[in-house]
Design a protein around this ligand. Structure first.
Ligand SMILES: Cc1cc2nc3c(=O)[nH]c(=O)nc-3n(C[C@H](O)[C@H](O)[C@H](O)COP(=O)(O)OP(=O)(O)OC[C@H]3O[C@@H](n4cnc5c(N)ncnc54)[C@H](O)[C@@H]3O)c2cc1C
Length: 408
């Protein structure tokens, strides 16, 4: 039997140190510029592609780390560098996971490499699920996909919103309704290949934080995609819909539980991003508290400051442990009987929000300016309690899982 250990192995340490070097030398120095420009940092993504960080191979290697710690470790280091730039680097992964989770081997082999392009011609991809009236309430989705049997094509119509890389992506993965009577069980995912007529970018959002990451509406007007762009294929979809109709008659619980298990496995990655941002702000605050003097002594000599730093670090380490536990559970196939994935995302995201606010306070007036990075880190941290399920939705999931009750 394997011994219990929280030590990273030599390979993991090597990858972590390599990523940390890239985050410190390339990402962090560029953070302020791209935050102000509010544009996708293409040169940084290209640099990441050149060294192999922006590539399918790199994510696959981390994803298949048997301990489960490859992805959270990578996320923490990249987001320690800067959240907006890191999201521009890992955003394509959201769409790639959509294909990995639902696609056939042929679809995975065809589309995922196109999502990344190569170091000389870098591409990004977008995952489009949210809509103006369907955020937390995914079942209210309206984007419709209708099958044109004569041409073996699907026709997509609707408006997606909040899509990371929406409109600037080559490949878009779009979730749409194929059977409106089945709620979220009547959804399917489609590849929209590069330059498909009818897909356009709507409003590009000006945001509070993670401003180097592009977020926009995606408008679909009679977008026609070949039958082979339905992820998983038509036969599998027809079987799944038939099963869902049967289960809808019998109560529908099992399908819902399968979808929940997927979310539980993906949420720790967002928790790890939050840990990275929180750790970055904590380090700046600790350093500042040791060097800034008032009343003739470093401000950390005051318990009021020192205890805050002690609490910040304790919460960050606790958040990382929850993230690692959930990632290890997902990789080793342990059942999420207490919604441990949601727990990790909830705790880490609120830790990032609170720790970055404390960091501003410790830096005083300097913390409130753009001369120091904690102001940007606090703006960035606000996203973690919102995307991939808000904190309220995480609490709902945890409470429902613990109680077995349909809490509203
Ligand atoms: C920067 C950014 C990037 C994003 N990237 C993507 C992306 O790439 N692809 C994608 O598909 N989506 C993306 N999203 C969308 C994101 O996942 C949604 O914003 C999120 O799920 C919340 O949906 P909403 O904004 O419609 O809020 P709403 O669902 O309208 O929620 C509003 C408020 O009501 C609360 N609330 C809602 N329902 C309940 C309830 N039952 N009980 C208690 N409180 C409740 C929420 O917690 C929240 O506080 C992104 C969003 C942002 C801001």
């Amino acid at each position: 039997m394997a011994e219990f250990t929280l030590d990273l192995n030599d390979d993991q340490k090597q990858v972590r140190d390599w990523l940390h070097g890239f985050a410190a030398d390339v990402i962090r120095p560029a953070a302020s510029e791209w935050d102000e420009r509010e544009e996708t940092p293409w040169p940084v993504i290209q640099e990441a592609a050149k060294v192999g960080i922006y590539s399918l191979d790199f994510y696959a290697q981390q994803f298949f780390d048997p301990t489960g710690l490859g992805i959270p470790m990578a996320m923490e280091e990249l987001f320690w560098g800067d959240a907006g730039i890191a999201l521009s680097i890992v955003g394509t992964g959201l769409a790639a996971v959509g294909v990995l989770a639902n696609g056939t081997e042929e679809q995975i082999g065809t589309w995922i490499p196109q999502m990344y392009g190569d170091a000389n011609d870098v591409k990004v991809a977008a995952f489009c699920s949210s809509e103006p009236d369907a955020g937390s309430d995914v079942a209210s989705m309206r984007t419709r996909a209708v099958y044109d049997e004569a041409k073996d094509e699907w026709v997509l119509n609707g408006t997606k919103t909040w899509a990371t890389n929406g409109g600037i992506a080559g490949v878009h993965v779009v979730v749409a309704v194929v059977d409106p009577d089945l709620g979220s069980k009547g959804h399917a995912s489609f590849i929209v290949p590069p330059d498909t007529p009818g897909l356009s970018q709507g409003q590009k959002f000006k945001k509070h934080g993670i401003r180097a990451s592009h977020t926009a509406e995606v408008v679909l007007e009679d977008v026609r995609v070949p039958g082979h762009c339905l992820l998983g294929g038509k036969d599998k979809l027809d079987e799944r819909l038939a099963r869902a109709r049967e289960r809808a008659k019998a109560g529908g619980e099992r399908v819902k539980n399968a979808a929940m298990a997927t979310f539980e496995a993906s949420r720790p990655a967002v928790g790890a991003m939050a840990v990275g941002t929180a750790r970055a702000a904590y380090e700046v605050a600790l350093d500042y508290a040791k060097t800034r003097s008032q009343f003739g002594r470093p401000i950390i000599d005051n318990q009021g400051i020192a205890f805050q730093l002690a609490d910040m670090r304790t919460r960050i380490d606790a958040a990382r442990m929850l993230v690692w536990r959930a990632s290890w559970m997902a990789t080793t196939g342990k059942p999420f009987t207490a919604a441990e994935g949601s727990m990790s995302k909830l705790y880490a995201s609120e830790t990032a929000r609170d720790v970055t606010a404390q960091a501003i306070q410790i830096l005083g007036g300097n913390g409130f300016t753009r001369e120091y990075p904690v102001e940007r880190m606090h703006r960035d941290a606000a996203i973690y309690t919102i995307f991939e399920g808000t904190s309220e939705i995480q609490r709902l999931v945890i409470a429902r899982t613990l109680s077995g009750m349909p809490i509203r």
